[in-house]
Each structure stands twice: as C-alpha cells, then as structure tokens.
Design a protein. Sequence first.
Length: 335
Amino acid sequence: MGPELSHASMLNGATPTANNSSSKSSTSISKKSSVDPNVLEVVFGSLLIKPWYPSFYPEGLVGRKAERLYVCQWCFKYSKELMGFLGHAKTCPLRSTAPPGEGIYSKDGYSLYEIDGEEHKLYAQNLSLFAKLFLDTKSVFYDVTTFLYYLLVAHTPSPSINLNLPDSDSLPQRQVVGFFSKEKMSWDNNNLACILVFPPWQKQGLGQILMGASYEMSKRERRLGGPEKPLSELGRLGYQHYWSATLARAILSFPSKKTLSVLDLRNETYIVPEDIIATLQTMEVMDHKKRGGADAMINKAKVRAWVEKHGVDVRAPVDPEGFIKLADEEEEVEE
C-alpha cells in the first residue's frame, strides 16, 4: 500500500490517484518540450531549476500548477512550503549516509547504487516524479516494483549543493546526479528503460557513464540487449555517441591485420548487431566491396580518422574493475 499523506505544508511521499496511471518508460536525454510544465520552478537542495515538462505530482498536494516546488536532494521528497522543506532537510535520514540500496561501482569520483523499486518503493516513486520534470516521454511513476534503479553519485559534484544548515560543513558532498532504470524481467532483454542526468550536471559526459554501466552489466550477465525502443530523437543521438565511441575503441584495440566481423564486435561490446551496423554506416567507416563473402569491410584507417576528428577519448567511460558487487560475485562463481 502507498504511504499515508499529511497536509501539503509538509514533505510527502508519492501516492497514486485515479488519474495517475503508470505506463512504459522510454529513453530521453535532454530537453525537447511539447507540453508546458505544471511546476514552474524547482528548488533542489540549494539549486534553482526550471522544469521542462509536466510531472504527475498529486494535485491534492501540489495543485494543478505550482509556482515553486521544494525537493530534497537526498530522498526526493517534496513540499510547496519552504518551512516544511527546511524542517525535513534538518532531519532527512539520508542526509549523512549513502543513498539506499547497494553500492555496485566506484571509480574516478563516481559511484553507482542499485535499488530495488519494490524494496525502496517511496524513494523510487519520488525519484521518478522528479525525473519526469525533465523527461518528455512517459515514464513509470507509481508501479515501480518491477524495476531496478541505478543511481549515479558524484563524490564532489559541480555544481555542489549547500543548504547553509548549521552542520552543513560536516555533511558529505556526494550527490545523486542522475540514474537509469531497467525492468527486472524484460522479454526483449532491454538493459535500460529510462535514463536521465539531472540538468545541473548535464554536458559532463555522465550519460555515457550510465550507458556504459548498463552494457557492462549486460556483458557480465551474458545477456545481449540494449535500451528500450523506440528511442526518442534525443535518446538516439545520445546512444549514437556511445555506440560510435565504443565501437571505435573496440575496432582499434584488435590486431591491425585481424579481419573483424559484426559477431566479433557484438561479443566485445554487447551492442546488438543491428545497432552495430547502423552505427558503422553513420560513421562512414565501411568500404562497400565484397571480400571473403562479406558485402562490406571496416576500414580501420577511416576509424582512426573518425576518432581524431571527433576527439574520442581512448578510455571507456566505465572501468570494468570498478564494479564492486559483480566482481565479488564472479570470484564466488570461480571458486
């Protein structure tokens, strides 16, 4: 059952109403507005953010249109009233701890935490409601029990959040700056349902970390898959960037005289063959001449030129050695 709600001046948890039905989520990366937001300003910790799209906050608490909504930076609970927000901020149980769930990755100042929507239902609901303010496509808000959520935490976020509370200096700086979700059981083997980096921390390459983590987990689980489709236009652009850079790294890591097949690249990257072919065509690194039964060949010189032109980092956005939980599980299997 959903949480009980107090009056609107206090921070409340999400709860379903008759008009709030859940629907499948889709991938979206950035702003592309089609409907006016129902919240005009969001105070997220100490940051003021302009929402891009409407969310499904309960009208009984938020109203049909809210001038300003206060959202807790730690647990994503919300309030229309400043005093209720500040009162909660002083006592939020997550203010001095790590996010809920289990840490599964940590490297280069970023960590990933896995939370089960069934176990942490209220947190997942409030996270989804906040995320919808920046996602055009429909998402799951209340029926979160069939999803896993992967929270991206920056150890020293830029910009940082400072509420100027009496004990602010003693609080850890770490901050959830984005997430992706995936279905626990996907008949299409989708490794990602919804992805978002929160606006203050966009354009820092963090979406690539989330995408890289989803594929690395697929690889470790031996499950070939990809993001839920169809992708939005902006989602497609974000994935095109990830697929292109990942394939370029993989191609250039193979011995120069080795003839590569789509199967080789699939096994190395866990990107599905149709996405591999479409991406290589977009990169324009194929020579369309028959050789050894193939209709086209990858031209490695063109791949190197593409890497130089686009300034692709030779390092992958996610280090496989940074996975804590999965590494421990693999050791147990080997034993």
